[in-house]
Design a protein around this ligand. Structure first.
Ligand SMILES: [Zn+2]
Ligand SMILES: [Zn+2]
Length: 138
């Protein structure tokens, strides 16, 4: 199997590819991810260095103050509206892609749940995952 992770939005106008390996794979139940995903959580693979992620196609970004108090910028496809990736002001090098944007979403291997304290009773996740009330301590 290729080590390359590739994916994009639902309509194919935005594409990305990286040969780097994710450093973190999580479900996030923060209020912002609930709003942006339209359901109880969003799921991400976080890559350590955005300069190693090739992105093609035009995205539109919007920035919000995350539950952490730091700026978080969402990138989505202006054609189909799919959320594709996000970046964080506090960790400017990293780039997190939405798990279901992968060409092979089966490669997502969640290891943790962030902002579990915001989880909704109807959004039950795998109880064997490590959970954090907010984010992992750094
Ligand atoms: Zn699209
Ligand atoms: Zn979140």
């Amino acid at each position: 199997m290729s080590m390359t992770y590739s994916g994009g939005c639902a309509c194919g106008a935005v594409r990305y590819e990286t040969a780097s390996a994710p450093i973190f794979q999580n479900h996030c139940q923060c209020r912002d991810c609930q709003h942006a995903s339209g359901t109880g959580h969003a799921s991400y693979l976080t890559f350590p260095d955005r300069s190693f992620v090739t992105i093609s196609g035009k995205v539109i970004t919007w920035t919000t103050i995350a539950d952490s108090g730091h700026e978080k910028t969402h990138a989505f496809c202006p054609v189909c509206g799919s959320p594709v990736y996000l970046t964080l002001a506090v960790m400017p090098d990293v780039l997190a892609v939405h798990a279901a944007s992968l060409d092979d979403p089966g490669r997502f291997q969640p290891e943790a749940v962030t902002y579990a304290g915001r989880g909704l009773p109807w959004d039950t996740l795998d109880p064997s995952l490590q959970t954090f009330e907010t984010v992992p301590p750094r």
